[in-house]
Design a protein around this ligand. Structure first.
Ligand SMILES: [Ca+2]
Ligand SMILES: [Ca+2]
Length: 280
């Protein structure tokens, strides 16, 4: 039978495509055939994938200590602000009994030994005044601190052993260059730590009679901290004032590690400006 030319051509095409689709002849010795496509295309992809995984693991191993180190340094970063330190005094750069420059008193001295113990919060010295068995009014005055219009924070280490209820100490402030002083609480201040712990008897001539004060025995240095609003345009002078009555002495009072600062305030966060729309 004669096959028409069109049918012969169609049959040859089918045979050609069937050869393309049919798997190659297998060797009788090969039991598990390996597709050529997998070898030629999947291996580069798998190699790239393995290389990428290895790179990620290596980078993580190298970067981990850096991230941890910088993470610890960056805790709380950026800080909301920095405190503005106005005054610090540790009384350590003078030879006792001299007071540091700018500090004044006729009765207080610097001291590195004796009672009340310990003699200093920061070595070697503290400011010290005794508690005599007689009526006395002993004042230690700070330099003038030029800052106003904000609440400042006063820190100091406080070691007192004063006849309880009869002798005591107070912190006073002046906003007029030392012309007048008032108690820090009367001036609007508030204690955060280590505030007054008693009141002074009115019986026996103490110049601080009837006032709240530090009195009795602190048992070593304690931290006293107060907030003090300072009127705009004013300066601040601090006065540690010890008053004693007409009998019975005690070890005295030590002040050390004084700092005055504008405490950390939260700064307003700037909002990013919106991108202006392009003009036509
Ligand atoms: Ca000191
Ligand atoms: Ca006394």
């Amino acid at each position: 039978m004669t096959v028409p030319p069109n049918q012969a051509l169609r049959a040859n095409r089918c045979t050609f495509h069937a050869r393309l689709r049919s798997p190659p002849a297998q060797s009788p010795m090969t039991s598990t055939p390996t597709p050529k496509y997998a070898r030629s295309h999947l291996w580069p992809i798998l190699s790239l994938l393995l290389f990428a995984i290895a790179s990620v693991i290596a980078l993580a191993t190298i970067a981990s200590p850096v991230v941890n180190r910088e993470g610890s340094n960056l805790t709380g970063w950026p800080p909301p602000c920095d405190p503005v330190v106005l005054l610090t005094e540790y009384f350590d750069n003078v030879m006792p009994p001299a007071l540091p420059p700018g500090w004044s008193s006729t009765t207080w001295v610097t001291s590195n030994s004796g009672v009340p113990t310990p003699p200093a919060d920061t070595l070697l010295n503290s400011a010290f005044v005794d508690d005599p068995p007689t009526i006395s009014d002993k004042q230690l005055i700070s330099p003038n601190i030029s800052f106003g219009g904000a609440t400042v924070r006063v820190f100091f280490s406080n070691n007192f052993n004063l006849q309880e209820g009869f002798d005591g100490g107070v912190l006073e402030v002046s906003f007029d260059n030392g012309l007048t002083f008032q108690d820090i609480l009367t001036a609007g201040g508030t204690f955060i730590y280590g505030g007054y712990n008693g009141s002074i008897s009115t019986c026996c001539g103490n110049p601080l009679a009837g006032r709240e004060a530090w009195t009795g025995n602190s048992g070593g240095f304690i931290q006293s901290t107060a907030n003090l609003p300072v009127p705009f345009g004013s300066t601040v002078m601090l006065r540690w004032r010890m008053g004693s009555d007409n009998s019975v002495s005690d070890a005295g009072w030590r002040v050390d590690s004084v700092a005055v600062a504008v405490p950390c305030r939260t700064q307003p966060r700037l909002r990013p400006r919106p991108t202006p729309a392009p003009r036509p």
